[in-house]
Design a protein around this ligand. Structure first.
Ligand code: 0X9
Ligand code: ZN
Length: 307
């Protein structure tokens, strides 16, 4: 059985998703948002309660863009399971009020590589110049591409790629996001680590137009994150809160698709240790899933109140 007491390989999670369709045929379907360089499906879950009201908006949750950040996919699947099984009225309500798209593995080739060969791999697996492999998929989106905080060196961990949307994962996911029928209410990107909640932009310190609203939502989300286990998050706009970084999915969705609420979580742990930061013990998957669910519930409530 699929549990949240250990990290899973890609195939396990893809099988789990297919099994959910069989278990909840009226509510769950899978979607394929394209294919990776090595031909793997970008497989996600669509959760849509037919008995919800008509004209629902969507919320898209993306994780696993960076291969070694294993807590992202684990939290995405934890949250999907909550949407499907929780008895809490708030979560039942959330599940019914939106059309949910949950993509646990935006970079499946990289994830497989972290299991088989190099636990610390970050990028995609497409061959680039100078005998180096991979592009940083979170620098490859076509919005102020490569302007700052992105490298033109194919061997760099933040290589932006030879051009915007050079990576099949990123190009096809962008196409898929553009093609969705329901208006998108919110876009969420799960990364790790540092315990930060981030909003646009990465390419400039100029705050986005609705930054007052984003800050209000930020405060609600960070407050809820702390409630259960005292977990402290900081953050703000990417450029000031961490570092300049152009070409992320969050900024593209905000800037090009005009989705007003676009956020990125840098999940547990806190601190700076590169060696331990990506190796969050599996015993912390459930607590991370619980507090992040708390945070998402309050975040979406706060955003819905603004409307
Ligand atoms: O550098 C990144 O891409 C992200 N940090 S990480 O340690 N996970 O690599 C942060 C970038 C800002 N986040 C988004 N714009 N989504
Ligand atoms: Zn990341």
């Amino acid at each position: 059985d699929y549990t949240w007491t250990e990290y899973h390989e890609l195939n396990d999670t893809q099988r789990w998703m297919q099994n959910l369709v069989a278990k909840y045929p009226d509510v769950v379907s899978v979607f394929v948002a394209g294919r990776s360089y090595e031909g793997r499906e970008l497989l996600g879950l669509k959760i849509n309660h037919q008995n919800g009201r008509a004209g629902k908006q969507s919320i898209f949750l993306e994780a696993g863009m960076h291969a070694r950040e294993w807590i992202g996919p684990a939290t995405a699947t934890y949250f999907a399971n909550e949407l499907l099984t929780s008895q809490q009225p708030q979560i039942i309500n959330l599940a019914r009020s939106y059309v949910w798209y949950i993509l646990p593995h935006a970079n499946p080739d990289g994830y497989v590589y972290t299991h088989k060969t190099n636990r610390m791999w970050r990028k995609t697996r497409s061959p680039q110049g100078n005998n180096c492999i991979g592009t940083d998929p979170n620098r490859n989106w076509d919005f102020h591409w490569r302007e700052v905080g992105a490298s033109s060196d194919p061997c760099s961990e933040s290589y932006a790629g030879p051009k915007a949307f050079s990576e099949p994962e990123v190009e096809s996911l962008s196409q898929y996001l553009t093609s969705l029928q329901e208006p998108m209410f919110m876009y969420l990107s799960l990364h790790s680590f540092s315990q930060l909640l981030l909003y646009p932009y990465g390419h400039t310190s100029t705050l986005p137009k609705n930054h007052k609203e984003l800050e209000q939502i930020f405060n609600a989300a960070v407050g809820a994150m702390k409630r259960r286990y005292g977990t402290r998050y900081t953050g703000g706009n990417v450029y000031d809160a961490i570092y300049p970084a152009a070409g992320s999915s969050m900024d593209w969705v905000y800037g090009v698709l005009n989705v007003k609420y676009s956020f990125c979580y840098e999940l547990r742990p806190s601190g700076y240790s590169f060696w331990t930061g990506f190796r969050l013990p599996a015993s912390q998957i459930i607590p991370t899933g619980q507090e992040t669910t708390d945070s998402l519930v309050e975040m979406i409530k706060a955003a819905a109140q603004i409307e």
